[in-house]
Design a protein. Structure first.
Length: 113
């Protein structure tokens, strides 16, 4: 994922989380909102209570890798905030990938309607 496709500021995070649609499953909470840009942007968050810094960074790297591999699942002009839940800690990469792909597909079906 390129740095240009990242939601960085706290204000943008809060805006998407407060005004956007919310989708949840066992491993992720995803907030989605339309932006006025011609690109998609992602913000990834893992709480401090989930694990230590090494574990949080590992989870974020895994999610970024999944997002890079499945670029056809999300559309331009959208902001996505992905919050990784504690239950994803210690899970196999393939399970995390499968669940993230499912929730992104569900989100895109909702956006098309």
């Amino acid at each position: 994922m390129k740095k240009i496709n990242v939601v960085k500021s706290n204000d943008e995070f809060n805006l998407v989380m407060n005004k956007g649609k919310c989708f949840k499953n066992k491993y992720y909470v995803i907030y989605n909102m339309k932006n006025n840009l011609d690109k998609y942007r992602f913000g990834i968050s893992v709480g401090k209570k989930v694990t230590n810094a090494v574990g949080r960074n590992k989870l974020k790297r895994q999610v970024r890798n999944i997002l890079d591999y499945h670029k056809n699942l999300y559309s331009k002009g959208q902001d996505y905030i992905i919050i990784i839940r504690r239950s994803s800690l210690g899970e196999d990469y393939s399970i995390l990938e499968e669940n993230l792909v499912k929730i992104l597909e569900k989100l895109e079906r909702e956006n098309e309607q």
